[in-house]
Design a binder for this molecule. Structure first.
Ligand code: 13P
Ligand code: SF4
Length: 298
């Protein structure tokens, strides 16, 4: 299977990008694995003609918006992100109409149509840095993740107009489960994703994007970590840190959409050049402004 994928990749002059939550074998077949921010940046640096994006739809869509001249493929177009679908462009326009003059900020986990309505896009890896550039009294609408928005607002001592979106996978993580994991592994550093609820974030030691978790685990002197995010990341953490131990809070923390991409669908994607991710030009041009504004921030 892997031989087929590598041969087809050469024939198509393609590059394979994979999110940190992908299946272990898909991560291993990829040229680059990263978090949403790293993958968006990588998508702007690719020289290949074709990008095969192993992740969820909004991620492939972001790569397509950034590369209108390239072919972007997603092996399984049904791999959506329920959080991204929790707000429509129409709902955001209604929210903006209620708060005229407010800046509209979207988490990258949003549709192209929602990004097209926004002034700026952020990821969990850069939200704090970007949001602190806004004046404290600036009125801010933050969509769709109430938890990432709430996390940044509390870090910066600000108050945002939040949309009540959330990640159903991270919603399975409770403070009680974290306490249980701490009891089982006393002394381990608890890392959670900012998509977790406020009480979970509060009792964790670190609140990090998936890329942030990889960097933290690499640089930390600690040798034991409790990982409060989708379990796909454990493959990369263990591979990159053979001398350290990583424990999931629960093995059940699985994003079903992230698991829809398999080696079989990756091979079929390259062999049949499917499924192409196309974003309507008028939407793509407006969404690109919000993504470019984010990527321009160092
Ligand atoms: P990261 O950008 O931290 O990889 O998060 C993406 C995501 O969908 C988390 O659920
Ligand atoms: Fe969306 Fe949650 Fe899956 Fe991330 S883990 S892609 S936010 S559903």
């Amino acid at each position: 299977m892997l031989d087929d994928i590598l041969r087809l990749k050469k024939e198509r002059n393609a590059v394979i990008l994979a999110h940190n939550y992908q299946r272990a074998e898909v991560q291993d077949a990829a040229d680059f694995t990263g978090d949403s921010l790293e993958l968006a940046r990588k998508a702007t640096q690719v020289e290949a003609d074709v990008i095969v994006f192993c992740g969820v739809y909004f991620m492939a869509e972001t790569a397509a918006i950034l590369n209108p001249a390239k072919t972007v493929l997603i092996p399984n177009p049904d791999a959506g992100c329920p959080m991204a679908d929790m707000i429509s462009a129409e709902q955001l326009r209604a929210m903006k109409a209620k708060h005229p003059g407010a800046k509209a900020i979207c988490y990258v986990n949003s549709t192209a149509e929602v990004k097209a309505e926004c002034d700026m896009c952020v990821t969990s890896g850069n939200a704090e840095k970007i949001m602190q550039t806004f004046a404290p009294n600036e009125e801010i609408i933050f969509v769709p993740d109430q938890h990432l928005g709430g996390h940044i607002a509390s870090l910066l001592g600000r108050s945002y107009k939040l949309w009540p979106g959330y990640c159903p996978t991270h919603a399975m993580l409770t403070a009680a489960k974290i306490e249980e994991a701490r009891k089982a592994h006393p002394g381990a550093v608890v890392m959670v994703h900012p998509e977790c609820a406020a009480d979970v974030r509060a009792i964790a030691d670190q609140r990090l994007s998936t890329g942030g978790m990889c960097a933290f685990a690499r640089e930390s002197d600690a040798t034991e970590f409790i990982v409060g995010t989708e379990i796909g990341i454990l493959h990369r953490l263990r591979k990159e840190n053979p001398g350290k131990n990583f424990y999931p809070v629960t093995e059940r923390l699985v994003c079903p959409n992230m698991k829809k991409t398999t080696l079989e669908s990756l091979r079929a994607s390259l062999s049949e050049m499917k499924t192409r991710v196309n974003v309507q030009e008028e939407v793509a041009v407006r969404a690109k402004r919000a993504i470019d504004a984010m990527l321009a921030m160092k």
